[in-house]
Design a protein around this ligand. Structure first.
Ligand code: B12
Length: 208
């Protein structure tokens, strides 16, 4: 089973083929990282490019997302399992105005798999909710995800609110348009452009 078949099945939003191709790839011992990064995630980049060029529209983008998520569900047990880590509590959510959740869900899966207690607030989460949930759960780290350039300022507002509230929780940010430079600019405690990187960052922040 070639990785390209997984990628094409997502781009063609053929959920049945995605599931079948991912299962076959796992069975034939294709590296899990390749299935994830070169198959499922790269497919979303192709879909994004097609959206930018007007080749596909929101309904197709949504179908592709659903197909990708079906593939992720099959991969999930293989992404987790490293549970011998000092535990901590992590709050995660996609910021207000933003409904993209595939990347957030992927980060959630891997952080849970690394042995942390993860409270997933879902999408469209406002600053007050991040703060109140961090207080309620005595969170160590708060993860903010954004996929739209228009919702990135909510990250800045939320990071600022955490500083003002004087909570112990560290804030980290991510999502396709987010950069390390932006994280530094808004005073976040960290940034990663991928889910394993998020796990590494959280481990460091919790150990610090
Ligand atoms: C799928 C998709 C959708 C789906 C989302 C379904 C879902 N359940 O998520 C739907 C169809 C709903 C959608 C809607 C829209 N979308 Co859209 N979408 C995408 C698409 C194709 C893929 C996103 C994705 O899932 N990528 C795969 C995941 C795995 O990657 P990721 O999210 O970046 O996450 C990784 C890292 O960033 C990181 N990470 C993520 N979060 C975090 C958090 C932390 C703390 C850390 C450390 C790391 C981290 O780890 C993840 C794993 O590696 C992108 C194109 C793209 N390439 O990004 C456009 C894209 C993001 N969408 C776009 C747009 C414009 C829209 C709409 C405004 C379209 C419209 N006219 O209605 C709406 C907005 C709706 C809203 N209010 O949110 C634009 C944004 C442009 C911009 N500059 O802001 C993009 C870039 C497409 C494009 N090329 O124009 N979209």
């Amino acid at each position: 089973m070639a990785i390209i078949d997984i990628l094409n099945a997502v781009v063609e939003f053929d959920k049945v083929a995605v599931v079948e191709n991912v299962k076959n790839a796992i069975n034939s011992k294709t590296p899990i990282d390749d299935i994830l990064n070169k198959g499922l995630i790269e497919a979303m980049d192709v879909v994004g490019e097609k959206f930018s060029s007007g080749e596909v529209f929101v309904p197709e983008m949504l179908q592709a997302a659903k197909a990708m998520q079906a593939g992720l569900e099959i991969l999930k047990p293989h992404l987790t399992g490293d549970a011998m880590i000092a535990k901590g509590t992590v709050i995660i959510g996609t910021v207000k105005g933003d409904l993209h959740d595939i990347g957030k869900n992927l980060v959630t899966m891997m952080v849970e798999g690394a042995g942390f207690n993860v409270v997933d607030l879902g999408v469209d989460v406002d600053t007050d909710k991040f703060i109140s949930e961090a207080q309620a759960h005595d969170a160590d780290v708060v993860c903010l995800s954004a996929l739209l350039t228009t919702t990135m300022p909510i990250m800045a507002k939320t990071v600022e609110a955490f500083k003002e509230a004087g909570l112990k929780a560290k804030t980290i940010i991510g999502g396709a348009p987010v950069t390390d430079a932006y994280a530094q600019q808004i005073g976040a405690d960290g940034f990663s452009d991928n889910a394993p990187g998020a796990v590494e960052l959280i481990r460091k922040l919790v150990a610090a």
